[in-house]
Design a protein around this ligand. Sequence first.
Ligand SMILES: C[S@@+](CC[C@H](N)C(=O)[O-])C[C@H]1O[C@@H](n2cnc3c(N)ncnc32)[C@H](O)[C@@H]1O
Length: 264
Amino acid sequence: MSSQHDAWTAGHSYEHYMGRWSRVIAWRFLEWLDPPERRDWLEIGCGTGALTATILAKCDPASILATDQSDDFVRHAADTMHDERVRFETAEARALPVGDASVDIVTSGLVLNFIPDKPAALQEMRRVLRPGGLVAFYVWDYPGGGMGFIDAFWRAAAACDPAAASLDEGKRFPFCTAEGLKGLCEEAGLADIAVTPLEVTTRFDDFNAFWRPFTLGAGPAPGYCRNLEEPQREALKHKLAEEVGTDGAIELPARAWAARGTIG
Ligand SMILES: C[S@@+](CC[C@H](N)C(=O)[O-])C[C@H]1O[C@@H](n2cnc3c(N)ncnc32)[C@H](O)[C@@H]1O
């Protein structure tokens, strides 16, 4: 389910808002996945390249084709990452730009909840995998309160504007649970399915460091924040300060669910 506020553009803004945390969770994900080396990877929804860079650093891939529907993000990732093993291309998850049975591992980080037809996306992943290939992905645990700083934002936003409640990712993405991921993998006919939680801490030096990424416009909550009139944005800032406090550093937990499975 997409929203007019999702705002997947502006790589630098995304990096301040989410990229720095998605790099940490990408590392945890690959530690858990422990994939074989020298494989051909395809990534869906690479954004600014948080997972792409981590695969390059940690997994010794033979190649990575990193794709995203956003031209802006693909350009940002290609401009900031120079490695002969990686190539970036604009592509929608439902139409991956490679032939049947052409890669060993298909992965995506923090993307699947934004794809309306998830079963079709899983079928497209299966199409491009070689026999025995691996599907592996992760999403934030939005419905389980697993994304502390975003949860705080939407609580404050709903207190100021009841209509904002429906934009909360916890409500938009009920699929982001252990059962949701496992069910999707089963429905896609994957074998050797495993699902696990991944946890990190998001730390902000003070309230200004906490607030600023929401004003930069990349992602659902920043997209909502940017579209407010100035007095409404100030009221939200005030409410959020009440919610998380303004006395020193702010530390909140962030949890994702990761899933993997293989095709026969
Ligand atoms: C939260 S960002 C995650 C980016 C990156 N993987 C990371 O871990 O930081 C979600 C990304 O998914 C992309 N995306 C959303 N829907 C998509 C779709 N249907 N096909 C391809 N990419 C999609 C967005 O453009 C955005 O870059």
